[in-house]
Design a protein around this ligand. Sequence first.
Ligand code: ADP
Length: 244
Amino acid sequence: MPVATMLLDVRGVTKRYGGLVANSNISFQVGYGELVGIIGPNGAGKSTLFDLVTGFQPADEGQVLLEGESVTRLRPDEISRRGVARTFQKLKPFTQMTVVENVMVGAFQKTTVPARARREAMEALDRVGLADKAEAHARVLSTGQRKRLELARALATQPRLLLLDEVTGGVDQRSIPALVDLVRRLHGEGASLIVIEHNMSVIMGISQRIVALNLGEVIADGPPAVVGRDPRVVEAYLGQAYVA
Ligand code: ADP
């Protein structure tokens, strides 16, 4: 596919922390409406890659292009306004605020009118199945519901690209299928997504393409069935099991 039709084009990004290379010359692309899974053992560089794409950390080298325009040197709020939203592995709801107020924080990215922000927040809560908890305090939510809240907050910014860090991480087993269905549905509605996920059956099941990282490098990029059988990917995970 020609580069101009790509939603996200990551070109050779490198991030060093002292002597440690957390991301080494990483390149990959995300097309419109695509769901790309990012896998790799702990410490492979997945979250760092999200930090570089969303501006939370500056890349030492390389470029990040959104619809052909460089966002490489922009701040997180600037990148968010350009349509890149993110959820975090560690959930950080404002526990003193209600669920809908939490989501309005996302909606205020696009509007300054409180009534409009509330309407858009309610729509986002409806999409993630949390509308009935809108007036509850965020602190009473279960982990699965907090994941939905984070998703709603991200959706309320009306993103062109959504980055999800560990959708099912820390969620109790029984809540996982519904969360996975939700991500599938968002994708089915046309959302473009990059998803980091430890649960292999989940990520293999929802992704159109998988980018596998190990020690900060891309070791495979392709359809789930191909990447899952790639000897370097298998070895990276066996290595982790061995260490564990
Ligand atoms: P993953 O998300 O795949 O578990 P990370 O991107 O969190 O991997 O980490 C990649 C490597 O970079 C790890 O060795 C980690 O310890 C290191 N790292 C990540 N963030 C920082 C930081 N802020 N300062 C120093 N080292 C970091």
